[in-house]
Design a protein around this ligand. Structure first.
Ligand code: PD2
Ligand code: ZN
Length: 286
């Protein structure tokens, strides 16, 4: 829990009697990453804030929350080796400008990777992809993995990971789709594709009603296949070898191949590959 929201702070806020500037700043930060008021209220009272003060501090500061604009993007000003995501330090391992691709380390611990796999395993079924002619879903021969989706915030670990991602990429939790977990066995692959929805497909208008376009993808590696299974960006001759707890992020400012974000999952040759994917939308995905 953040220092800045502890009730022992002596500083007193002027706008809200009893609430410190640090508390108001903490509320703004939580709101910016999409934490709900109810969640903050629970955390504040657990940290010792009087409930009436906590409720008052939460009232009315919606105007302080920054509107979503631009693209999801880590703050790499000053070329940090690590990014503080609240409860963890994430390593910055590689950053490429065009296409925008960033490789991160230790976004999840080994134990958290194992826990996500265990939670997903009983719910796996053959992966579907969004069917862009109708906006529905279909089995896709280009994607031979098994998968499942968690609801946003479905488990404490999922919620924790979503908060980390929101901080890491400066993008609201509400703009994220539910976390998808995929398992690839030997021979399984995901042929090269774009993650945005093709504007000229008839089903795209329906898909976009919920949250607008996808603007970014974070693929998190939950294990290490013995051979094969890299995430490939053929237009950049880039190959990301899965390492447990690492994640590759890429963003696309337009639903256009000019973004050079064509990417795929190379066939697994030996062993299994497990990933968790978070797709980020331009607006709220409710
Ligand atoms: O598993 C991968 O490496 C991969 C490749 C391409 C995952 C995705 N796309 C995806 O989840 O969108
Ligand atoms: Zn993809």
């Amino acid at each position: 829990m953040s220092q800045s929201m502890t009730s022992s702070s002596s500083a007193q806020g002027q706008a809200v009697a009893g609430a410190s500037p640090q508390l108001l700043q903490w509320i703004d930060e939580q709101r910016r990453i999409g934490v709900l008021d109810a969640t903050m209220l629970t955390a504040m009272t657990a940290a010792g804030w009087n409930e009436a003060v906590a409720r008052e501090a939460l009232q009315g500061p919606a105007q302080r929350a920054a509107p979503t604009s631009g693209l999801p993007e880590p703050d790499l000003a000053g070329e940090p080796g690590m990014i503080d995501v609240g409860d963890r330090q994430v390593r910055v391992l590689m950053s490429m400008k065009a296409p925008r691709v960033v490789l991160f380390g230790q976004i999840l611990s080994d134990a958290e990777c194992a826990a996500l796999i265990d939670a997903a395993k009983p719910r796996l079924s053959r992966s579907l992809t969004v069917e862009t002619t109708s906006g529905g879903e279909e089995i896709n021969a280009d994607r031979t993995s098994d998968g499942m989706f968690f609801q946003r915030g479905e488990l404490p670990l999922v919620q924790q990971l979503e908060e980390r991602i929101a901080r890491l990429l400066n993008w609201p939790i509400e703009n994220g789709e539910g976390l998808q977990v995929l398992r690839y066995g030997p021979g399984a692959e995901y042929k090269p594709h774009h993650d945005y929805f093709a504007p000229d497909e008839p089903g795209t208008a329906t898909i976009l009603r919920r949250g607008g376009q996808r603007v970014g993808t974070l693929i998190i590696y939950l294990n290490e296949p013995e051979q094969g299974g890299a995430t490939i960006f053929p237009e950049s001759a880039l190959q990301v070898v899965p390492q447990r707890g690492h994640a590759v992020f890429f963003s696309y400012d337009q639903p256009d191949p000019g973004t050079r974000t064509l990417h795929g999952g190379a066939p697994v040759i030996k062993g299994e590959k497990w990933i968790a994917t978070k797709w980020l939308r331009e607006g709220r995905f409710d």
